[in-house]
Design a binder for this molecule. Structure first.
Ligand SMILES: Nc1ncnc2c1ncn2[C@@H]1O[C@H](COP(=O)(O)OP(=O)(O)OP(=O)(O)O)[C@@H](O)[C@H]1O
Ligand SMILES: [Mg+2]
Length: 303
């Protein structure tokens, strides 16, 4: 029973290359084969990454009843995701637009409609949770009731609070309290990542923390070993677009950790998986399977 449970959202993502930020005004710009549109969003990115790596996934998500909702639904079922977790209760699908520059930096516009007011059918998620060995609960309101349930069922909880810089953050407090394995980005931290993680782990009982440091790699904290240390990013190909890098980091770490419970190997393999992913455009592109990660790991890190 090593299934990975995910509760998270998916959307149609349009990516658009720009010359530089800030963007200079002009009324229209024509281009050929530069704009692309695909299914993405944290819930989908994680699902596709886990499936590509080789995991069995139970996904709980809410989708639109519109045409884009059908596109997303078909992508998910095409990955082999069980249909009963895909609840089509939204009038409109979620959408995002991503502008990215030549260095791979990106600006995301994300429209989740009224997703934050929606409630996921409890019994469906409960059945799937009981069938899983680890639960990835994305940081939307949809996940909140299932933090408590996963804890009661003794299923390790993984969450990503993305950009955070305040331990008292009202929105994230519940996620910080329940998470066994916590991911976050360094992007808005005002302390050094090390200082922030020390304060965080003094206040909360988090067992493992992974902070994405962008091109600097990642910081790992492991409570049972009292370990706090950095792992370098692995440069595998030129950076195209860093959108979804954090999702790639989380999914590959959790995939390998769920297999052998070794967080040090998992973070090194995640550097390979994420380093490869950012050489492709789009949040759900550039994923590789477990064997490819292992081959590259031997080649670049020397497993
Ligand atoms: N510019 C880069 N150069 C090399 N590696 C990168 C770069 N950006 C990201 N990575 C790789 O991807 C991983 C995750 O990226 P990052 O730290 O930016 O995630 P995040 O900030 O938590 O999430 P996100 O940026 O997706 O919101 C990094 O640990 C690193 O391995
Ligand atoms: Mg980042």
């Amino acid at each position: 029973m090593s299934k990975i449970f995910i509760m998270g959202l998916a959307n149609i993502e349009v990516t658009c290359p720009v010359d530089a930020f800030p963007l200079e005004y002009s009324p229209i710009q024509f281009m050929s084969f530069k704009l692309s549109s695909s299914v993405s969003g944290v819930g989908y990115n994680l699902t596709k990454a886990f499936k590509t790596l080789g995991a069995e996934v139970e996904l709980c998500t809410i989708l639109g009843k519109d045409g884009n909702g059908s596109v997303i639904y078909n992508e998910m079922t095409g990955l082999g995701i069980p249909e009963d977790g895909l609840v089509r209760c939204m009038d409109q699908s979620f959408a995002s637009v991503i502008l990215y520059d030549q260095e791979g930096r990106r600006k995301i516009f994300c429209d989740l409609k009224n997703a934050q007011e929606m409630v996921y059918p409890y019994e469906i998620a409960k059945k799937k949770l009981m069938n899983s060995s680890i639960a990835v609960l994305c940081n939307t309101n949809l996940s909140r009731p299932f933090l408590k349930l996963a804890k009661e069922l003794n299923i390790p909880i993984v969450t990503d609070v993305h950009v955070i810089n305040d331990l008292e953050d009202e929105y994230h407090k519940e996620f910080l309290t329940y998470a066994d394995i916590l991911f976050m980005s360094h992007e808005r931290l005002t302390d050094t990542p090390e200082e922030f993680v020390k304060k965080l782990t003094n206040k909360y009982n988090t067992k493992i923390v992974v902070v994405g440091l962008g091109k600097e790699g990642a910081l790992l904290y492991v409570r049972e070993d009292n370990f706090l240390g950095r792992f370098n990013a692995v440069s595998l190909r030129p950076v195209v677009n860093t959108v979804g890098a954090g999702d790639a980091l989380l999914s590959s770490f959790v995939y390998f950790y769920n297999k052998d419970k070794n967080p040090y190997e998992a973070v090194k393999k995640a550097m390979i998986f994420a380093g490869n992913k950012i050489g492709y455009n789009g949040g759900a592109s550039g994923f590789i399977c477990e064997e490819e990660v292992n081959e590259m790991y031997t080649q670049y890190i020397g497993g």
